[in-house]
Ligand binder design. Structure first.
Ligand code: ZN
Length: 195
């Protein structure tokens, strides 16, 4: 092993889900790949870092100031679905049973990890709701952090006189929106309940 090879392995190991063995396998794969393949990969990484940013309205990922969903005038602007991370938007979009807007919290309340309400995009959400929203669907994960966040949000949102609902029906306790199957997620959107 050379110093450069070891450096690549240790960088790869910092990625989620990549242990020491897999890091070595990927490093060998990169070493054996044509220069062009490796260049395309590194360029893609740099582009994501330089071009992708949070939407100024909903905090979803975008390369413009406003994301495609917020720009889409055919969507119901009185309905907001609140999710924890940008990666939670796609599974909900894939159900084809939701036509409102989104709000990405950029996490969930997790006191043990030192994440409080101030670390999330709750203030911008309240501002959007005050500007005219009829219903907020809280689609945080069904684990402890997600439930804590849902309860916290409902206490803030209900006094604003809007309908606050939660995805729950059919989704097992502890489940994450990102991994929920399409059918169950669709049913839970259609059958959402007030909280
Ligand atoms: Zn947006």
């Amino acid at each position: 092993m050379t110093a450069s090879f070891n450096k690549l392995v240790s960088e790869l190991e910092t990625l989620p889900g990549i242990g020491p063995k897999l890091a070595v396998r990927i490093a060998y794969y990169i070493f054996r790949s044509p220069k062009e393949t490796v260049f395309n990969l590194t360029q893609a990484i740099i582009d994501v870092k330089e071009k992708v940013k949070p939407c100024s309205i909903c905090f979803n990922l975008t390369e413009d100031d406003i994301c495609d969903i917020c720009k889409d005038q055919s969507r119901d602007r009185f309905l907001i679905c609140v999710v924890e991370e940008p990666k939670d938007v796609l599974p909900i979009e894939n159900t084809h049973s939701y036509n409102g807007l989104y709000h990405i919290l950029m996490g969930a309340i997790a006191p043990l990890s030192g994440i409080g309400p101030k670390d999330l995009t709750i203030e911008p959400l309240l501002k959007r709701v005050r500007e005219g929203v009829k219903e907020v669907i809280i689609a945080t994960d069904l684990n402890v952090e997600g439930e804590t966040t849902a309860i916290y949000l409902s206490k803030l949102l209900k006094p604003l006189g809007i309908k606050v609902t939660r995805l729950a029906q059919g989704l097992p306790t502890g489940s994450e929106i990102e991994y929920a199957d399409e059918f169950t997620l669709k049913e839970s959107i259609i059958g959402r309940k007030p909280i």
